[in-house]
Design a protein around this ligand. Structure first.
Ligand code: BES
Ligand code: MN
Ligand code: ZN
Length: 491
């Protein structure tokens, strides 16, 4: 979807806002007058109340340039914010996407300053996303017709400048979604690493470590997970040097299990296909790095992703195996399906040792238990640092990618202590499964300020009501972390 800015409406559909109580905005009132009162009549005859998320489409009467007029709700006029504008624009795009309308003009009526216009652009972009690359027989009437949205503002040039700061975020989210939605026979660790490598065109510095390099570093926890796969595991390191030279970087680490069968502790068959999305944490890191590079963020940022495929095979690791991690700590593997923490253990240790960052944040589709606790609506965060947790919470509110904090604590350690190794990779039964997983990760942070984000619920979501979200891969984390960096870590 192309987003443009103009000072007059030229689209074949025109959308204008209304507020609570069905109150027409000035822009909508002008359209109403132009259409001989068609809008006010339509509102009266419908159940449209101007509530946020509602739309009402009216055929434009003869004499108007546009073919249709869309009223969209923004709710309480005094409470309109960036997220509301994103959602409203997304709702309009969803309502028109496959209707035959090709271009849309969005009137905002001063409801938004320039940043608000850009947020509307972001929402529209997110709503237009589809993963159609494998649909070879999609009939023309099912394909999206809408290809461009023009946001009408008084100063298009200034709006375009602000949009330069947001378009890369939309593109980063889209990239993350594409990676999550991609088929697991196509996107194994090797192909994934190749795709990330191509992002060097954005100015990212990218390095890929294969299995022999990782073994030399002692990363047997990570490498062990991929032993049953026909593909080599990969560690991909991305660097964005947009800050001052020599400034200590910040670091993001992602779980990239390109498919999680559970390994020898095989998962049941039902919905196992969804485990193609078990690389959602890594996809968020890749999308974030692309976004930061695309908008030339003024910060030094490291992204590290561990890419492995967890398969059962004669060479696969077994329950009972003991591996030594890069940190020197040994792990008794009691369930090969608790593999994400093994990947992150080495990726986290490597990151803090190699880059000495200010902090590390990891993202992972780590536990089914986080879905039980928080559903698809919040990610769980676990942090050794109150300030970082607080910053993430605020970034979650600002970006509408919500997080909720859960505890860590030494009282959980006994659940993961092993009788014959330094730790085991599962806790006791199903008690506090997301917490014991986080407590495990903490042992690989070397006491650096750190936060773990469990996105098993938010990273994959089919059937979301939010018009910004597609089915399945949500790209969760890109907007959240872009916001965190934007608000706290740029010069
Ligand atoms: N990738 C899964 C977690 C998951 C489950 C993500 C459902 C998204 C949806 C993870 O590797 C896993 O299998 N975790 C186990 C851990 C258990 C064996 C301790 C789980 O959550 O059941
Ligand atoms: Mn698993
Ligand atoms: Zn997994």
């Amino acid at each position: 979807m192309k987003i443009k800015f103009n000072d007059a409406a030229t689209g074949d559909a025109i959308a204008a806002p209304a507020y609570s109580g069905g109150a027409l905005s000035d822009a909508a009132r002008a359209l109403d007058a132009e259409s001989g009162g068609a809008l006010a009549r339509a509102v009266k005859a419908s159940r449209f109340t101007g509530a946020s998320g509602q739309t009402l489409t009216v055929s434009a009467p003869q004499g108007m340039d546009a073919d249709r007029i869309v009223l969209f709700g923004l709710g309480d006029k005094k409470a309109v914010n960036g997220n509301g504008l994103e959602q409203a624009a997304a709702g309009v795009v969803k309502a028109l996407l496959t209707t035959g309308a090709m271009t849309l003009s969005l009137l905002l009526d001063g409801a938004a300053e320039l940043e608000g216009a850009a947020r509307a652009g972001l929402g529209a972009h997110l709503a237009a996303y589809r993963f159609d690359k494998y649909r070879t027989r999609l009939s023309d009437d099912k394909k999206p017709s809408l290809s461009a949205m023009e946001i009408v503002v008084s100063d298009p040039k200034a709006a375009r400048k602000v949009w330069k700061d947001w378009e890369p975020v939309a593109e980063g989210v889209m990239l993350a979604r594409d990676l999550v939605n991609e088929a697991p026979n196509v996107l194994g660790p090797e192909e994934y690493a190749r795709r990330v490598k191509k992002l060097d065109k954005l100015g990212l510095e990218i390095e890929v470590l294969g299995e022999s390099a990782m073994k030399k570093l002692g990363m047997h926890a990570l490498v062990g997970v991929g032993l049953g796969s026909a593909q080599e595991s990969q560690l991909v390191i991305m660097k964005w040097n947009g800050g001052k030279e020599g400034d200590q970087p910040i670091a993001f680490v992602g779980k990239g299990v390109t498919f999680d069968t559970g390994g020898i502790s095989l998962k049941p068959g039902e919905k196992m296909d969804e485990m193609k999305g078990d690389m959602g944490g890594s996809a968020a890191v890749v999308g974030l790095m692309a976004a930061l590079a695309g908008r030339k963020a003024k910060a030094n940022v490291i992204g590290v992703i561990g890419l492995v495929e967890n398969m059962p095979d004669a060479k696969a690791q077994r329950p009972g195996d003991i591996v030594k991690s890069m940190s020197g700590q040994t792990i008794e593997i009691l369930n090969t399906d608790a593999e994400g923490r093994l990947v992150l253990a080495d990726a986290l240790w490597y990151t803090q040792k190699e880059f000495k960052p200010k902090f590390m944040i990891d993202l992972a589709t780590l536990t089914g238990a986080i879905l039980i606790a928080l559903g698809h609506e919040h990610a769980g965060i676990f942090s050794s640092d109150d300030r970082l947790a607080d910053q993430l919470f605020k970034a979650g509110k600002a970006s509408d990618e919500g997080v909720w904090r859960l505890p860590l604590g030494p009282e959980y350690d006994r659940q993961i202590d092993s009788d014959i190794a330094d730790m085991k990779n599962i806790g006791q039964g199903r008690l506090a499964g997301s917490v014991t997983a986080a407590q495990f990760l903490k042992r690989y942070t070397n006491d650096l300020p750190w936060c773990h984000i469990d996105i098993a619920g938010t990273g994959m979501y089919s059937g979301a009501k939010d018009p910004r979200l597609p089915t399945f891969g949500t790209g969760y984390g890109v907007r959240l972390l872009d916001r965190l960096v934007r608000d706290n870590y740029e010069a």
